[in-house]
Ligand binder design. Sequence first.
Ligand SMILES: C[S@@+](CC[C@H](N)C(=O)[O-])C[C@H]1O[C@@H](n2cnc3c(N)ncnc32)[C@H](O)[C@@H]1O
Ligand code: SF4
Length: 450
Amino acid sequence: MSHTLIQKYNVPGPRYTSYPTVPFWKNSTLTQDEWLGSVQLNYETFGSNEISLYIHLPFCESLCTFCGCHKRITKNHSLETPYINAVIEEWRIYLSKMDFKPVIRELHLGGGTPTFFSPEALKRLISSLLSMASVHPTEFEFSFEAHPNNTTDEHLAVLYGLGFQRLSLGIQDYSPTVQQAIHRIQPFENVAKVHAKAKEIGYTSISHDLVFGLPKQTLADVKDTVAKTLLLMPDRISLYSYAHVPWVKGVGQRGYDESDLPQDSEKRALYEVAKSLLEEAGYLEVGMDHFALPHDSLAMAMKNKTLHRNFMGYTTQHTPMMIGLGMSSISDSWFGFAQNEKTVEAYQERVMNGELPVFRGHVLSQEDLVIRRHILDLMCHFETVVNDKTFLEQVKVRLREMEADGLVVFDGNKLLITEAGIPFVRNACMAFDKDLQGGEKRERMFSKTV
Ligand SMILES: C[S@@+](CC[C@H](N)C(=O)[O-])C[C@H]1O[C@@H](n2cnc3c(N)ncnc32)[C@H](O)[C@@H]1O
Ligand code: SF4
């Protein structure tokens, strides 16, 4: 890929896991009633009581210095019980305030590190949540994020017994130099052991998270990491671009210099080499940073144009509503977003006072809803149809340079991202984003687009 194009388009920009993006949410004090109103609107509009449940389990024993997730580093396992009590209580509050009885179709445990919690604690959490609501009788998908260093055979067996069939393993990179730089020592043997045990137990989908653009990471490191990954042939692979956001509070991005980070075309080359090795091995590229074997539902969703994108990245989410439980979790009713308190203490305190712990959010306007649809279509299907003539003209003007550079084409009122434009799809989305048209500084707001 052209070095000049990368230099030209590699600017700070959103990852578009939501629209509007979090820094532009308007309701800095979203009330419980405003949020529940948008949940009810979702139910009335889509006529479905099926929901996806996301549960954030924030604790990790050790800090990986590259990590941009909401987490709490601690070795104190006595924190497990009060936290789990709070999540169960939060769910009880939701159920008491919703005007309909939800049916769980998807359940995902994310973090932090869900496997920080003991198998018994996870069992109590899941059994309690499920005892209060119904699960779809046939179509349900339970998944969790597993840290290979602390996922035991018992974790795998207990969660499988509760209905979990999918897991993702945090890998990042196998190079000892990179692992030292990001403070995450994790030999291949640990991963292979957890992967093999999960297969043996009967998990039907295993995903590996890799990251490109990490400190001190070279082309040889990426090649070796992909080669090791291919020894295990996971069903899915996420190949995330390292998001460098050291200004965000609570993020541990230290222990390395900016000069240790591969930049621009050097960084993109890491993705390209991984992509070609994965495609050679039979994986299909899904969206801009995922790969899946052709049998996997993510690959099929890409093909059938049913792929979705939410706060976790690309998904096959089958419900119009996602409820997030736990500290910092984000819920999405399509008409609104709500985020929970971002510290464990504030989260637990509000729940134990009998309130939903929502502290900010956004209720989408009609204009937001239209833009959200365009951005989702571009991110998931690399095309969108713009029916509003005035808006189409505005977007055309904003995308003139990308069109001249062969990254996008217009076919009547349809905008298509070309093959060469795929790495720059976030830049194309930015032309639709009404919050980015004022020319304000975005340096300390978003990571770079490439
Ligand atoms: C919550 S962690 C996964 C579970 C578990 N904590 C672990 O580390 O194995 C989620 C994933 O987000 C990705 N991630 C975290 N920080 C990132 C960053 N700054 N840029 C890109 N990806 C990141 C990593 O691939 C990581 O595995
Ligand atoms: S990468 Fe995973 S284990 Fe490491 S700090 Fe982030 S959430 Fe915790």
